[in-house]
Design a protein around this ligand. Sequence first.
Ligand SMILES: [Zn+2]
Ligand SMILES: [Zn+2]
Length: 289
Amino acid sequence: MTKRREGGIINNGEMPERTLTDLQFRYETHVHTCQASRCGVSTGAEQAEFYHSLGYQGIILTDHFFGGNTAVPRDLSWEDRVKRFCSGYEDALQAGKRLGLDVFFGWEQNYQGDEFLVYGLSPEYLASHPQVETWTRAEQLRYVHEAGGCVVQAHPFRDRDYIPKITLCDLFADGIEAANFFNHPDWDARAYHFGLKNHLPMTAGTDNHRAAGFVEKGETPFATAFSQPLKGIEDFVQAILTNAPMELCVTEDRLNPVIPPAREVYRLRQDETRERIFAPGEPWVTPSR
Ligand SMILES: [Zn+2]
Ligand SMILES: [Zn+2]
């Protein structure tokens, strides 16, 4: 077994007092379906079956929303677009009911390569709020809060061609996705230490587009785990908003050591100007532990 669950450290950089084995309710916080994401390969039902087979307590569907790589045509009515968008989730939900897996709804919105996981709003909310599509980052945070949800920046230090500038948007989110299975481990280590230093709630997710790939390779996806099962997505939102202890279930040593970035890293300020905070190769200051 080359993978094990790494201890989660959330609000203050301390290890939770409980032991890792106590935190046994695992959730996938970042998963796509082919019904709603253009890059998705597995159906919602296939994803549900996959995570159920691994003993997860639940999954949160986060298909690419309309600013990202959506599979939903733009020339339909808003109602039909939302219906199509939610069809992967609905498929997973039906399978989850049959299997005994909790299935929650969310989405992943894209701005300029910086992406956000939105949790806690419902398909009904989307259907009645077409303005969601045109929200700025600040509006997104404000209106998601007003509706009882939360916003987590996905893979903030990801360094890929489709991302014009690595932009940390922690001021426009409630937390960050510190570990993302398909990231390079260095990117996750940077995110994790940035999160520790700034006392940000942190999650781990897989960004899983294809359940079969994991089955074939025998790999273990990431998870965020809790000591008690979540009664609903609102419990997850509360955990993020209160910076409650969560275990990041990731590959051993995933979040260390921190290698300086090869590209500039910017932080988006409140006025939306980008401020460079890390130059390429600059020594990385590891927060004291
Ligand atoms: Zn994708
Ligand atoms: Zn994603």
